[in-house]
Ligand binder design. Structure first.
Ligand code: ZN
Length: 305
């Protein structure tokens, strides 16, 4: 069945534990959705491909596919390893040519980017970053990562940003926890990810009460990171998502701590007076990633035509 209606996009939000796939054109038009456990690259991508093939029979041909994936990955179309997952602790996925697997089955534009760059684009298209030129999307969950949209484009640079692995001030007297990052120990992710919270306090963050001392510490680490991003990229807004980042009691602490640490140095009303609208949770809730993949597909089709 040939699709003569508005373009229909395939979306993949590839995560370390599950892949969420959808077909549609935006938040108000999701025609089909499915999730698959992340197992081996071949098995997982076969599920994805079967799902899209099935939906093409049901709904019509896809115009483009957007793939927002866990990293590290190679998003540079000019590179010989474009579309590959780069060396990762996730077993079996190092050097998996995930875009190649899609290309073998679909002769349409395929956009490939980090999960957080995808989520950033989703927020720009339909969420809290509409109309902005420069902003950051940070996720704080099992891991920590950030996407950056800078002067109207997603930022890739050398490979892509790894905002979760920046180094922070770590007071070993106040927090004698060595951190969980296999590469850096006490980097941002090593100190403040969901995994770090669970290991430090002996229970999952969602089970810690909102008045637990864990949250002042967590807010301090997140705020330190936001200060560094604000000073480096001068974002017009910072969006924080993820299982930890979305906790409603955490956001006000992060806003206040960030403003205190900046200490008046960035002379903008956005920070001095309106920190509540400067640091925000995603407008698309936990759907930024999947909708971001649709936005990636849409962008790739526009660029191809
Ligand atoms: Zn690290």
């Amino acid at each position: 069945m040939k699709n003569t209606q508005a373009p229909l996009y395939g979306a993949i939000e590839g995560g370390g534990t599950k892949f969420i796939c959808a077909v549609g054109s935006g938040p108000n038009n999701i025609r089909a959705e499915a999730r698959f456990e992340t197992t081996t690259p071949k098995e997982t991508m076969d599920h994805v491909i079967d799902f899209f093939k099935q939906q093409e029979e049901n709904l019509g041909e896809l115009s483009a596919i957007g793939f927002a994936c866990f990293g590290p990955l190679d998003p540079n179309p000019a590179s010989s390893t474009y579309g590959y997952i780069l060396p990762t602790p996730k077993s079996g996925w190092t050097n998996a040519n995930v875009v190649g697997m899609l290309r073998n089955e679909f002769d349409i534009p395929i956009a490939f980017d980090t999960d957080v760059n995808g989520a950033a684009l989703g927020e720009w298209r339909w969420g809290k970053a509409q109309g902005l030129q420069t902003f950051i999307y940070l996720t704080v969950g099992t891991g920590i990562g950030g996407g950056a949209y800078v002067e109207g484009n997603l930022l890739h640079g050398l490979i892509h940003p790894e905002m979760g692995h920046i180094l922070l001030r770590h007071d070993m007297e106040k927090d004698p926890f060595e951190g969980v990052c296999p590469f850096h120990g006490d980097c941002f992710e090593g100190l403040a990810s969901g995994v770090a919270i669970e290991k430090r306090w002996g229970m999952r963050g969602t089970l810690l009460t909102s008045d637990h001392m864990a949250w002042d510490l967590e807010a301090d680490y997140i705020a330190q990171a936001l200060v560094n991003y604000a000073l480096t990229l001068s974002p017009q807004r910072i969006i924080i998502g993820g299982g930890v980042g979305n906790l409603s009691h955490l956001l006000p602490k992060v806003q206040k701590r960030t403003r205190d640490l900046i200490n008046g140095y960035i002379q903008s009303p956005a920070i001095l007076e309106n920190i509540e609208t400067y640091i925000v949770n995603p407008g698309l809730g936990n759907r930024s990633g999947m909708l971001g993949a649709i936005a990636l597909a849409e962008q790739s089709l526009q660029r191809a035509s």
